[in-house]
Design a protein around this ligand. Sequence first.
Ligand SMILES: Cc1cc2nc3c(=O)[nH]c(=O)nc-3n(C[C@H](O)[C@H](O)[C@H](O)COP(=O)(O)OP(=O)(O)OC[C@H]3O[C@@H](n4cnc5c(N)ncnc54)[C@H](O)[C@@H]3O)c2cc1C
Length: 365
Amino acid sequence: MDRPPALMPIRAHTDRIYDIKCCIRPFRSKGFNLGVEQIGDAMVIHNYGHHGSGWCLSWGSADMQVQKAMSKSPKKIAVIGSGIIGLTSALVAQRAGLDVTIYTRELLPRTRSYRANGVWGPGTVALADEAPANLGEVWEQMVRTSWKYLRPYMGMAGNPVAWVDHYALSDTPFDAPPPPLPPMANGVERPVFYDMGNRASDIDSKPQVLTPDVNPFPVPYATRATKLFWNFSEYGHLLTQEFYSAGGKIVMRDFHSPSELAHLPEKVIINCPGYAAHDWWKDKAMIPVRGQTEWMIPQPEVNYGFTYRNVECRSKSDGVMVIAVGPGQFAKSWRNSNETPDRAEAEGAVRVVEELMSRFSGRPA
Ligand SMILES: Cc1cc2nc3c(=O)[nH]c(=O)nc-3n(C[C@H](O)[C@H](O)[C@H](O)COP(=O)(O)OP(=O)(O)OC[C@H]3O[C@@H](n4cnc5c(N)ncnc54)[C@H](O)[C@@H]3O)c2cc1C
């Protein structure tokens, strides 16, 4: 086993929180919508509902939906939305030789996509009893295609896509029975998710158990896995620049009814509204799953992340990101569309990191 390198301390204090981002994961009970429908003389190809995996699935999903668009041999297409799904759909279409106009009410830095965690780890996207029979195969193809598309973005200046060691830390043995699940908030029913099983697990790195002699943390149990993650500023800037330099156009526009799409000059449209499909497309299969990340002042010298006591922490180029995770957090987030940042939640998560750091004598070693 490689001995972990010396770890720089994370300066975790609540007065270093400079941003709290809150948003909804676009969960769709029937799985992502990749359907095609006709609105007037426009062919609308849907591409939304990627739950907590949109960053991971984006390129693969875009690739599939652009192939559908190509069946009409269009010269130009429209893409609705400029989140990570819209932007990658636009880029894949450009690479296929099409003129692309994005119509959107927000640019990427203001979208929900920008308020995510942004780490590789594609997960479930549907409820077990509503998922289509082929969901697993489609999902796996998406994952594998996305992975290939990401390859050229690795090793670029500014690390738009980066790798970092991530430690899972525990006070109890990893094979100890888990505590009982907390009750769901507001009496909502606990969902049963479609299980992706081991599909595409060969892509993800396997956690190594750290023996006490190499465990650098003042916590008895630790594993380490190297994780891929996105630095949103660099990656977002790069994708947007790529789009403009290939001749792409962006039109700021807010659609209120699907029928408005029939009036666009482009007759092939890839629709990527994320959770907003719930309202403007009246897609009642969309279920909100609240999420919040807290951002402390960047520490470029910190090059690791960890999960401990239901808090995940990761050092990114634009800040040290902290997010509450785990069953208790999920119980509060499911079917919760409240996008108001919760300062108490943010401070609670940062205090877990602060307390862990305070146990190191001097610098973590
Ligand atoms: C806390 C949190 C952590 C997450 N962590 C991860 C992670 O680690 N890895 C991962 O892969 N995924 C993660 N996700 C999930 C991921 O962020 C989403 O799946 C993804 O952002 C969805 O992207 P999107 O482009 O579909 O939607 P959005 O980002 O919401 O983009 C929708 C776009 O459509 C536009 N739009 C919508 N309606 C209209 C309209 N009526 N008219 C005009 N424009 C419209 C919007 O302006 C926007 O540009 C996380 C999400 C959250 C909340």
